[in-house]
Design a protein around this ligand. Structure first.
Ligand code: SD4
Length: 324
């Protein structure tokens, strides 16, 4: 009569073998295809053009995907004209500019800051959280203290233009997120360097006139951004609450792992939000790349566009959308 041990030795390993063969069946085709190594940068909205140019310069000089991602989005953070990222960002309803940002490298590391005030480059604070602390996410006063302790300086981020817009808003103080704000918004940026390694960064001042303390999807790893260097990366823009509730960027990367193209995965990500039934007055845009340098983008409604840079080109592309 067989013991439990002999049962396992007869059948257990074959069960394990079937299980691992099943998971290999999903992953092998992707792993077998060689990575794209020419250099690729994708980013959301028109401000993606100067961000991509900076990121591509770093990649063409042999830099890493993560450096390209950080320094690409810093261009947009430093632009006072942009009213949705960094300095010049529209404030919350109490008149405070509060910033959210996150970064992921090619080794699965992640760093993030949220509800951060008075720091010009939240993305670089997120990078320091990733590189120099055992944590992933720092918030509010703690994030600001960490930044100041690490040599960042306090900066007034509320420009006259954004202050005026807030004072105008205060007259009615009606909370109405605007779809495709001025056709530029959060920057989510994905990079692939000449070694075929992928990284990403996402940075924003969040929804205009939000409640004080509100944090969106952009600094949440898996929501506003997700990178898996074996498979690809994805990033999101639009109404963060809908992205948070479906963990959109993680979902898209996992769908690519299961064999969907970046385009199919972005479409499925938007359809998850549609399936929840509350999409009549919001916009969502997803952008993704896979390890082979294929690109996907999809939005809930028309108006979302993105910048795509490869060596020698950097152009705007209109995304397809669920609604027409
Ligand atoms: C947020 N997703 O804070 C960001 C804002 C954004 O288009 O991307 N708006 O919810």
């Amino acid at each position: 009569m067989g013991t439990r041990r002999s049962f396992f030795s007869q059948f257990g390993w074959s069960i394990l073998g079937i299980a691992s063969a099943a998971s290999l069946k999903i992953n092998v085709p992707l792993r077998k295809r060689p990575p794209y190594t020419k250099g690729l940068v994708l980013s959301t909205w028109i401000h993606g053009i100067p961000a991509n140019a900076e990121a591509m310069k770093i990649i063409e000089q042999g830099g890493t995907a993560v450096d390209a991602a950080e320094f690409g989005v810093r261009v947009v953070e430093a632009d006072p004209e942009g009213q949705s990222v960094g300095i010049g960002g529209l404030p919350d309803r109490d008149g405070k500019v509060t910033l959210d940002a996150c970064i992921m490298d090619s080794e699965g590391n992640a760093g993030s800051v949220c509800f951060l005030e008075g720091i010009l480059h939240p993305i670089s604070v997120a990078r320091k959280v990733m590189d120099q602390t055992p944590h992933v996410m720092l918030a509010g006063e703690g994030a600001q203290k960490f930044a100041l302790d690490n040599g960042f300086e306090l900066t007034n981020l509320l420009t006259e233009k954004s202050k005026k817009a807030w004072e105008e808003w205060l007259k009615e103080a009606e909370y109405k997120p605007i779809i495709n704000i001025e056709n530029h918004d959060t920057i989510g940026l994905l990079t692939m360097d000449q070694k075929g390694n992928i990284a990403g960064a996402c940075t924003t001042s969040g929804l205009a006139f939000k409640m004080h303390g509100r944090v969106g999807d952009s600094p949440v790893i898996g929501a506003g951004l997700f990178v898996d260097n074996e498979i690809g990366g994805a990033t999101a823009t639009g109404m963060g609450e809908a992205v948070l509730k479906t963990l959109g960027s993680f979902l898209i990367v996992e769908l690519m792992r299961q064999g969907l193209s970046p385009q199919e995965a972005c479409e499925e990500g938007v359809k998850r939000i549609v399936a929840q039934g509350k999409y009549s007055d919001i916009q969502i845009g997803y952008l993704a790349m896979n390890k082979q340098g294929e690109v996907g983008a999809y939005a809930l409604r028309p108006g979302f566009n993105y910048a795509e840079a490869r060596p020698g080109s950097n152009k705007m592309v209109d995304s397809a959308s669920f609604l027409s």
